[in-house]
Design a binder for this molecule. Structure first.
Ligand SMILES: Cc1cc2nc3c(=O)[nH]c(=O)nc-3n(C[C@H](O)[C@H](O)[C@H](O)COP(=O)(O)OP(=O)(O)OC[C@H]3O[C@@H](n4cnc5c(N)ncnc54)[C@H](O)[C@@H]3O)c2cc1C
Length: 448
């Protein structure tokens, strides 16, 4: 019998739900309530992108100010799933068609480099954020998807040296305690962390490097004045030689050119009630993160202390109320793990990631403004890495060069930052995924 689900209440400071990770960190405190009037660099947006750019600029001797329109840690960077992957969505073949073989290879390499770099950065800076090179179990939602997943992963092994292991349906319980899938692959390089602890560690590093950090301070306007920029905020103007725009899924009309190039899309998570250890061990016999081949992907994992399951997915495209997304996620989680119908959830939250029309992240300069964004839902590694590279570019360090430099950042006619097409696209893909799942379950019954 299903137990009553505990409805998550939004916290005063989140604005988008009750985030499990926020329970585990001390208050995130700014350095000042008002921004400095004159700096070398002002960074708009205090997430992984903005903090990494700021740390790099400050360590190179630039007077640096970070501002965020909300309280610190409000954005995606403390509310994600904590799953770190190489991030590049288009395949080598697709990128080769677009850019030629050399550039395609270089772009794909940046994904692996971001994964390696974030791990070594966390280690060398001694950040306490439950980082683990745990690997990922990527599960197939139909037999046909298992075949193509194995084919694609074998190609990655051959072409890009990706270490993997194929897990048949018969052996699936060694990875995941469910019969909902048809086998999968283990991707051994993928990693996990506690995103809010990571953010908190970055904030400390930024402060130690001398970065000034001000919260509740929206950038309202950016104007050029001679060789400098003036960023207008309700707490005073900031004059800066360089501006970094690091607003990702929360980009507004502040820079209309950027707003026309990123597609904000909601993604959703819940944290279950504390679960019996034996149940966690049965459902997650390893500590890996997990995801599946559904077009509207589900991603989930045990919490770092293995007391709960943290389950995420895109149960809508535009829902902003975690009281509505929570029950939908719980329902979908119980389809995969029927035992969890006996347990509720204590936390439900949402956030906005940024997709792009070419499904690649982008960094560069527009009208003299530096930007990095568009991580397409996988930004822990890439936002960190590109934030750091952007900082290097800004201070003139040649190591800042990346394979993304000078790639065209596409938009579409009639797109001005409001993705009116998304709800119907997500609804169609979810319908198709569920139809495929039902049909595959029917096939299994026929085969049995
Ligand atoms: C539920 C969820 C699950 C996710 N799971 C994963 C995962 O498992 N793995 C993964 O790799 N990625 C995941 N992501 C994505 C990842 O969290 C993001 O890609 C990454 O955090 C982006 O960092 P950022 O610094 O660019 O943006 P954010 O961290 O979103 O920061 C942007 C900041 O800009 C501020 N801002 C916007 N406009 C202004 C303005 N005008 N003035 C001042 N400030 C402004 C916002 O307040 C915000 O704090 C997930 C995201 C969500 C929401």
């Amino acid at each position: 019998m299903s137990r009553q689900v505990v409805q998550a209440a939004g916290t005063a400071n989140s604005g988008a739900g009750n985030v499990y990770w926020h329970d585990g960190i001390a208050a995130l405190v700014p350095t000042s309530t008002s921004p400095m009037a004159k700096v070398d660099v002002v960074v708009i947006g205090a997430g992984y992108t903005g903090l990494h750019a700021a740390i790099t600029a400050a360590r190179a001797g630039r007077a640096t100010q970070v501002i965020d329109m909300h309280e610190l840690g409000w954005g995606c960077s403390t509310r994600n799933g904590g799953q770190i992957s190489p991030s590049i969505k288009p395949s080598l073949a697709a990128l080769t068609r677009r850019y030629g073989a050399d550039r395609a290879k270089a772009v794909r390499n940046e994904g692996y480099r971001s994964l390696e770099w974030v791990g070594s950065f966390i280690k060398s800076e001694g950040l306490d954020c439950d980082y683990q090179r745990c690997g990922r179990f990527h599960a197939a939602h139909t037999p046909a998807h298992f075949e193509s997943l194995v084919r694609d992963t074998e190609r990655l092994g051959r072409e890009e040296d990706v270490p993997f292991e194929v897990v048949s349906r018969a052996n699936q319980h060694t990875e995941l305690g469910t019969d909902a899938y048809f086998g999968g692959v283990v991707l051994k390089q993928h990693a996990s962390l506690d995103p809010a602890k990571y953010f908190s560690g970055l904030l400390d590093l930024a402060k130690k490097a001398g970065v000034a950090v001000t919260d509740d301070c929206p950038a309202l306007d950016i104007k050029r004045e001679g060789n400098a920029f003036i960023v207008t905020t309700p707490k005073g103007d900031i004059r800066a030689e360089n501006v970094v725009v690091a607003t990702n899924g929360y980009s507004t009309g502040l820079v209309p050119w950027l707003q026309r190039r990123v597609i904000p899309i909601g993604t959703y998570m819940i944290a279950t009630d504390p679960l019996p250890k034996a149940l966690i061990d049965k459902l997650f016999p390893t500590d890996r993160v997990a995801s599946d081949t559904c077009k509207v992907i589900y991603y989930y994992r045990p919490s770092p202390d293995r007391s709960r399951i943290l389950f995420g997915g895109r149960v809508s495209a535009d829902e902003t109320n975690p009281a509505i997304s929570g029950p939908k996620l719980h329902h979908d989680m119980c389809r995969i793990f029927p035992e969890l119908a006996n347990y509720g959830y204590t936390h439900s939250w949402t956030g906005k990631v940024a997709f792009t029309f070419d499904t690649l992240a982008h960094l560069g300069q527009h009208a003299g403004l530096y930007y990095a964004m568009g991580y397409c839902g996988s930004g822990i590694g890439m936002a960190s890495y590109l934030g750091m590279r952007l900082g290097q570019q800004l201070v003139g360090n040649p190591e800042g060069a990346t394979a993304f430099d000078n790639l065209q950042f596409p938009t579409r006619p009639l797109y001005f930052g409001k993705p009116w097409f998304l709800p119907s696209v997500v609804r169609w893909y979810r319908f198709r995924d569920h139809w495929q799942i039902k049909r595959a379950a029917g096939d299994t019954r026929v085969m049995a």
